[in-house]
Write a protein that binds this ligand. Structure first.
Ligand code: FES
Length: 105
């Protein structure tokens, strides 16, 4: 899946997609270099990957780093805003619940 509307073969500036793979709760998920972790999660069909205090599902709300609804754990680092973190090949992403240790959605 590509976030671009211009096919690479006809791209006038000759951008090329570099594929990458992250894991989300241990499941491999493909993306392309330059995508945010939230972008990869959304492109894979996930709409929510965290739960709030009430138990309501949370994913991307603002998309600009202001609301903290999209928090994930990346490697050893908790509370990473998925909309602000550019994915790197091999990132190990874990979903998390409010106050929980992860993988609770
Ligand atoms: S969606 Fe609001 S901080 Fe990421």
């Amino acid at each position: 899946m590509s976030p671009r509307r211009i096919p690479a073969a006809t791209d006038a500036v000759e951008r090329r997609e570099t594929p990458l793979t992250i894991t989300v709760d241990g499941e491999p998920v493909s993306g392309i270099e330059g995508q945010s972790i939230a972008g990869i999660l959304l492109a894979s069909g996930r709409r929510a990957w965290r739960s709030g205090r009430s138990g309501a599902p949370r994913g991307v709300f603002c998309g600009i780093g202001a609301c903290f609804d999209c928090l994930v754990t990346v490697g050893p680092e908790r509370d990473v805003r998925a909309c602000r973190r550019r994915a790197r090949d091999g990132d190990e992403v874990r979903t998390q619940a409010r106050g929980g240790g992860g993988s609770e959605l």
